[in-house]
Design a protein around this ligand. Structure first.
Ligand code: NI
Ligand code: MN
Length: 225
Protein backbone atom coordinates (compact mmCIF):
# COMPACT_ATOMS: atom_id res chain seq x y z
CA UNK A 1 0.00 0.00 0.00
CA UNK A 2 1.29 3.46 -0.79
CA UNK A 3 0.38 7.12 -0.56
CA UNK A 4 1.14 9.83 -3.12
CA UNK A 5 0.92 13.42 -1.91
CA UNK A 6 -0.49 16.09 -4.24
CA UNK A 7 -0.29 19.10 -1.91
CA UNK A 8 -2.69 20.73 0.59
CA UNK A 9 -4.97 17.85 1.70
CA UNK A 10 -4.94 15.97 -1.57
CA UNK A 11 -3.40 12.52 -1.68
CA UNK A 12 -3.95 9.17 -3.32
CA UNK A 13 -3.78 5.86 -1.50
CA UNK A 14 -3.26 2.74 -3.56
CA UNK A 15 -4.29 -0.47 -1.82
CA UNK A 16 -4.92 -3.91 -3.30
CA UNK A 17 -4.86 -2.41 -6.80
CA UNK A 18 -7.57 0.14 -5.93
CA UNK A 19 -6.94 3.87 -5.93
CA UNK A 20 -8.49 6.19 -3.36
CA UNK A 21 -8.17 9.92 -4.05
CA UNK A 22 -8.86 12.42 -1.28
CA UNK A 23 -9.83 16.13 -1.44
CA UNK A 24 -8.60 16.98 -4.96
CA UNK A 25 -7.12 20.49 -5.05
CA UNK A 26 -4.16 20.53 -7.43
CA UNK A 27 -4.51 22.91 -10.39
CA UNK A 28 -5.06 26.09 -8.29
CA UNK A 29 -2.11 25.17 -6.01
CA UNK A 30 1.11 26.78 -7.32
CA UNK A 31 3.13 24.34 -5.17
CA UNK A 32 1.61 21.47 -7.19
CA UNK A 33 2.28 22.96 -10.64
CA UNK A 34 4.36 19.94 -11.70
CA UNK A 35 1.51 17.49 -11.14
CA UNK A 36 -0.18 16.47 -14.38
CA UNK A 37 -3.79 15.89 -13.33
CA UNK A 38 -4.63 14.29 -16.68
CA UNK A 39 -2.54 11.28 -15.55
CA UNK A 40 -4.42 10.77 -12.27
CA UNK A 41 -6.51 7.62 -12.02
CA UNK A 42 -8.92 6.79 -9.23
CA UNK A 43 -11.53 4.19 -8.37
CA UNK A 44 -12.91 6.12 -5.41
CA UNK A 45 -12.81 9.79 -4.41
CA UNK A 46 -13.51 10.80 -0.80
CA UNK A 47 -14.36 14.41 0.08
CA UNK A 48 -14.06 15.71 3.65
CA UNK A 49 -15.99 18.96 3.12
CA UNK A 50 -16.99 21.46 0.46
CA UNK A 51 -14.30 24.13 0.73
CA UNK A 52 -12.49 25.06 -2.48
CA UNK A 53 -9.10 23.86 -1.27
CA UNK A 54 -10.63 20.35 -1.04
CA UNK A 55 -12.87 20.15 -4.12
CA UNK A 56 -11.40 22.51 -6.75
CA UNK A 57 -10.52 19.69 -9.17
CA UNK A 58 -13.18 17.24 -8.04
CA UNK A 59 -15.70 17.59 -10.85
CA UNK A 60 -13.06 17.34 -13.57
CA UNK A 61 -11.27 14.40 -11.94
CA UNK A 62 -14.52 12.56 -11.14
CA UNK A 63 -15.48 12.75 -14.81
CA UNK A 64 -11.96 11.91 -16.01
CA UNK A 65 -11.58 8.88 -13.74
CA UNK A 66 -15.22 7.75 -13.58
CA UNK A 67 -14.55 7.12 -9.88
CA UNK A 68 -17.29 6.70 -7.31
CA UNK A 69 -17.40 9.83 -5.16
CA UNK A 70 -18.25 9.85 -1.43
CA UNK A 71 -19.19 13.01 0.45
CA UNK A 72 -21.46 14.27 3.20
CA UNK A 73 -25.10 14.56 2.09
CA UNK A 74 -25.09 18.30 1.40
CA UNK A 75 -21.78 18.28 -0.48
CA UNK A 76 -22.89 15.16 -2.40
CA UNK A 77 -25.98 17.05 -3.57
CA UNK A 78 -23.79 19.84 -4.97
CA UNK A 79 -21.50 17.28 -6.66
CA UNK A 80 -24.47 15.60 -8.37
CA UNK A 81 -25.66 19.01 -9.56
CA UNK A 82 -22.32 19.40 -11.35
CA UNK A 83 -23.14 16.39 -13.54
CA UNK A 84 -21.13 13.78 -11.63
CA UNK A 85 -23.15 10.57 -11.73
CA UNK A 86 -21.49 8.09 -9.38
CA UNK A 87 -21.97 9.89 -6.07
CA UNK A 88 -22.72 8.19 -2.76
CA UNK A 89 -23.85 10.42 0.09
CA UNK A 90 -22.81 9.62 3.65
CA UNK A 91 -23.12 11.07 7.13
CA UNK A 92 -21.52 10.51 10.54
CA UNK A 93 -21.33 6.86 11.57
CA UNK A 94 -20.27 3.69 9.82
CA UNK A 95 -21.03 2.74 6.27
CA UNK A 96 -20.73 -0.47 4.27
CA UNK A 97 -19.63 0.84 0.89
CA UNK A 98 -18.54 -0.62 -2.44
CA UNK A 99 -14.89 -0.68 -1.26
CA UNK A 100 -15.57 -1.88 2.28
CA UNK A 101 -16.25 -0.32 5.64
CA UNK A 102 -15.90 3.39 6.34
CA UNK A 103 -16.28 5.30 9.60
CA UNK A 104 -17.18 8.93 9.08
CA UNK A 105 -16.20 11.05 12.06
CA UNK A 106 -16.59 14.54 13.47
CA UNK A 107 -14.32 17.36 12.32
CA UNK A 108 -14.38 20.71 14.10
CA UNK A 109 -14.51 23.08 11.13
CA UNK A 110 -17.12 24.47 8.74
CA UNK A 111 -18.29 23.51 5.28
CA UNK A 112 -19.91 25.25 2.33
CA UNK A 113 -19.94 24.41 -1.35
CA UNK A 114 -18.10 26.44 -4.04
CA UNK A 115 -21.40 28.09 -5.10
CA UNK A 116 -22.01 29.20 -1.51
CA UNK A 117 -24.70 26.59 -0.84
CA UNK A 118 -24.94 24.81 2.51
CA UNK A 119 -22.28 22.14 2.90
CA UNK A 120 -23.56 20.47 6.08
CA UNK A 121 -20.92 19.30 8.53
CA UNK A 122 -17.28 18.66 7.66
CA UNK A 123 -15.98 15.14 8.27
CA UNK A 124 -12.99 12.92 8.76
CA UNK A 125 -12.70 9.26 7.78
CA UNK A 126 -11.31 6.00 9.11
CA UNK A 127 -10.61 3.39 6.44
CA UNK A 128 -9.49 -0.18 6.83
CA UNK A 129 -7.25 -1.03 3.89
CA UNK A 130 -5.13 -4.18 3.59
CA UNK A 131 -5.44 -4.81 7.31
CA UNK A 132 -4.27 -1.31 8.21
CA UNK A 133 -6.40 1.36 9.82
CA UNK A 134 -5.98 4.84 8.43
CA UNK A 135 -7.51 8.06 9.75
CA UNK A 136 -7.83 11.13 7.55
CA UNK A 137 -8.90 14.00 9.79
CA UNK A 138 -9.97 16.39 7.04
CA UNK A 139 -9.90 20.01 8.21
CA UNK A 140 -10.33 20.07 11.96
CA UNK A 141 -9.26 21.79 15.12
CA UNK A 142 -8.20 19.66 18.06
CA UNK A 143 -11.18 17.98 19.73
CA UNK A 144 -11.64 15.42 22.51
CA UNK A 145 -13.83 13.51 20.04
CA UNK A 146 -10.53 12.16 18.72
CA UNK A 147 -10.09 10.11 21.91
CA UNK A 148 -12.94 7.92 20.71
CA UNK A 149 -10.75 6.76 17.82
CA UNK A 150 -8.22 5.28 20.23
CA UNK A 151 -11.05 3.29 21.77
CA UNK A 152 -12.61 2.13 18.49
CA UNK A 153 -9.55 1.58 16.34
CA UNK A 154 -5.89 0.62 16.31
CA UNK A 155 -4.74 3.31 13.97
CA UNK A 156 -1.63 2.55 11.92
CA UNK A 157 -1.49 5.91 10.15
CA UNK A 158 -3.18 9.27 10.61
CA UNK A 159 -3.24 12.02 8.03
CA UNK A 160 -3.57 15.23 10.04
CA UNK A 161 -3.64 18.93 9.15
CA UNK A 162 -0.69 20.72 10.71
CA UNK A 163 -0.69 24.22 9.17
CA UNK A 164 -2.69 26.01 11.84
CA UNK A 165 -4.94 29.07 11.37
CA UNK A 166 -7.86 27.18 9.75
CA UNK A 167 -7.08 23.80 11.33
CA UNK A 168 -4.83 22.24 13.95
CA UNK A 169 -1.30 23.55 13.97
CA UNK A 170 1.72 21.43 14.87
CA UNK A 171 1.33 21.64 18.66
CA UNK A 172 -2.34 20.64 18.58
CA UNK A 173 -1.64 17.91 16.02
CA UNK A 174 0.91 16.38 18.42
CA UNK A 175 -1.82 16.27 21.08
CA UNK A 176 -4.21 14.79 18.52
CA UNK A 177 -1.67 12.06 17.74
CA UNK A 178 -1.66 11.21 21.45
CA UNK A 179 -5.48 11.28 21.69
CA UNK A 180 -5.83 8.86 18.77
CA UNK A 181 -2.87 6.77 19.98
CA UNK A 182 -1.19 6.69 16.57
CA UNK A 183 2.59 6.63 15.98
CA UNK A 184 2.83 7.45 12.31
CA UNK A 185 1.44 10.75 11.16
CA UNK A 186 1.34 12.17 7.65
CA UNK A 187 1.19 15.97 7.84
CA UNK A 188 -1.00 17.85 5.34
CA UNK A 189 -2.71 21.26 4.92
CA UNK A 190 0.43 23.36 5.42
CA UNK A 191 2.57 25.85 3.45
CA UNK A 192 0.01 26.29 0.65
CA UNK A 193 -0.93 29.83 1.78
CA UNK A 194 0.95 32.32 4.01
CA UNK A 195 -1.34 31.85 7.07
CA UNK A 196 -0.62 28.10 7.12
CA UNK A 197 3.17 28.30 6.67
CA UNK A 198 5.14 26.27 9.18
CA UNK A 199 8.72 25.35 10.08
CA UNK A 200 8.78 21.72 8.91
CA UNK A 201 11.99 20.77 10.74
CA UNK A 202 10.57 22.09 13.98
CA UNK A 203 7.35 20.15 13.30
CA UNK A 204 9.23 16.86 12.79
CA UNK A 205 11.20 17.48 16.03
CA UNK A 206 8.05 18.19 18.04
CA UNK A 207 6.47 14.88 17.00
CA UNK A 208 9.72 13.02 17.63
CA UNK A 209 9.85 14.37 21.20
CA UNK A 210 6.58 12.49 21.81
CA UNK A 211 7.87 9.32 20.10
CA UNK A 212 5.76 9.98 17.02
CA UNK A 213 6.97 10.03 13.42
CA UNK A 214 5.83 12.93 11.27
CA UNK A 215 6.02 12.01 7.58
CA UNK A 216 6.09 14.95 5.17
CA UNK A 217 6.21 13.57 1.62
CA UNK A 218 7.12 16.08 -1.08
CA UNK A 219 4.38 17.03 -3.54
CA UNK A 220 4.42 14.29 -6.17
CA UNK A 221 6.28 11.87 -3.87
CA UNK A 222 4.98 8.38 -3.16
CA UNK A 223 5.64 6.76 0.21
CA UNK A 224 5.04 3.20 1.36
CA UNK A 225 2.47 2.69 4.12
NI1 NI B 1 -11.80 23.87 5.03
MN1 MN C 1 -8.90 23.47 3.96
Amino acid sequence: MNLTYYGQSCFLIEADGKKFLFDPFIKPNPLAKDIDTSKIEADYILISHGHGDHVADLVELAKQTNAEVFAMVEVAKWIKEQGVEKVTDINFGTQELSFGKLRTVWAVHSSSNPDGSYGGNPAGFVLNLMGKQIYFAGDTALTVEMKLLAELHNLDYAILPIGGHYTMGVDDAVIAAKYIDCEKIVGVHYNTFPPISIDTEDAVAKFKRENKTLLLPQIGETIEL
